[in-house]
Design a protein around this ligand. Structure first.
Ligand SMILES: *Cc1c(COP(=O)(O)O)cnc(C)c1O
Length: 359
């Protein structure tokens, strides 16, 4: 730490992203919920040599082509959508703009929420998940802080039905509810259809998971026109060109290729169901996932942290969280069928060694 850092930030603990090894060809990477399939062919076509020459120009600060395509794909109006550099940026803007009274979110949820709160000096209230890791909508009625809900939730993989989110929205129309739908396309109900009805709803989404573009850093928010205006006020006070030219082209092409997104999601869901069943058959507890990852509880032969470490020795990366309440779980991204077969083979080998140690 330098002597120049403000006192306020001296105690800030930043978010820890999953490892991104540079020698990718040597790893099976199931640790950051990336899509195992490449972007749509339309994305490759959209980024040609000519577009590289045009990088001398600034990008469109209004993100017009992209946002028109996104609005059409989501059946909302153009003034109801906002584009961000990854959904992390949209979330950061929400913390900055809408948390006068503080922020409330689950004790186990996306690890970035407490970091944003801390970066912006926002008071937080943690609302514990139930014992089974589900969200209890009734527990949100007492707070007047801005509510952040990841739905489906991470890293639990569990989805809340839309009508339960609606209960939280209806509890208090003067309180904003931000629904982070990073994983919604893998089998949950989106709340985008509720934005006309609830002015206190803002939905945040990303192209990093279901649209195969984590590296392009494309996120968005959907809500009533006033909320979107507010997000634009923050953006134009911070970084008007928040999406670069290549990402805007990639995002526009990806959002138009609905058939490809659907095909990738269906493949991932099928692989997820097979992988969950295979892990359960090997003695793991696996929560009912509506995402592109599995939240798996430790096997009786093997602690979660050790499973993570032993898989890493086999060049397979999964995620382990240093958090008391979920210390007996790992999070495993659903990869291709081939990757999951290799994960299961490595798991069998690890369990065999454990069994041998015991006998
Ligand atoms: C992955 C993820 C995001 C952020 O993704 P970006 O890559 O910044 O768009 C946001 N929320 C949750 C819950 C996530 O898992």
């Amino acid at each position: 730490m330098s002597v120049f850092l403000t006192d306020e930030l001296a105690s800030l603990t930043p978010y820890t992203p999953g490892e991104q090894p540079q020698d990718m060809e040597n790893w099976i990477k199931l640790n950051t919920n990336e899509n195992p399939y490449p972007p749509s062919a339309a994305v490759k076509k959209a980024i040609s040599g000519k577009e590289i020459d045009e990088l001398r120009l600034y990008s469109d600060p209004r993100c017009d082509d992209f946002l028109s395509a996104l609005a059409a794909a989501c059946s909302v109006k153009r003034p109801q959508v906002f584009a961000s550099n990854g959904s992390d940026e949209a979330l950061a803007f929400c913390f900055r703009a809408f948390c006068e009274k503080g922020a409330a979110f689950a004790d186990i949820t996306y690890g970035f929420y407490p970091v944003f709160a801390s970066l912006f000096g926002i008071k937080t209230e943690l609302i514990p998940l139930r014992e089974d890791f589900t969200i209890a909508p009734e527990d949100y009625s007492r707070t007047d802080k801005t509510v952040f809900i990841a739905n489906p939730n991470a890293p639990t993989s569990l989805a809340l039905p839309r009508k339960e989110i609606e209960r939280i929205l209806a509890q208090n129309p003067n309180r904003l509810v931000v629904v982070d739908e990073a994983y919604v396309d893998f089998g949950a109900e989106s709340c985008v259809t509720l934005i006309e009805q609830y002015d206190n709803l803002l939905v945040v989404g990303t192209f990093s998971k279901s649209r195969n573009l984590a590296g392009a850093r494309i996120g968005f928010a959907i809500g009533n026109e006033q909320l979107i205006q507010d997000l634009n006020t923050v953006k134009f006070s911070f970084n008007p060109y928040n999406l670069n030219r290549l990402s805007l082209l990639a995002g526009t092409a990806a959002v138009k290729d609905k058939a490809y997104t659907k095909e990738c999601c269906e493949r991932i869901i099928a692989t997820r169901q097979r992988s969950a069943a295979a892990l359960r058959a090997r003695g793991f507890r696996v929560l009912e996932s509506s995402t592109n990852f599995l939240f798996a509880g430790q096997n009786e032969l093997l602690a979660a942290k050790e499973y993570y470490e032993l898989l890493k020795e086999c060049k397979i990366l999964i995620r382990y969280f240093d958090n008391e309440r979920i210390k007996d779980f790992v999070r495993i991204t659903v990869g291709t069928d081939e990757q999951m077969t290799l994960l299961l083979a490595a798991t069998d080998e690890i369990l065999r060694e454990k069994r041998d140690e015991r006998s």
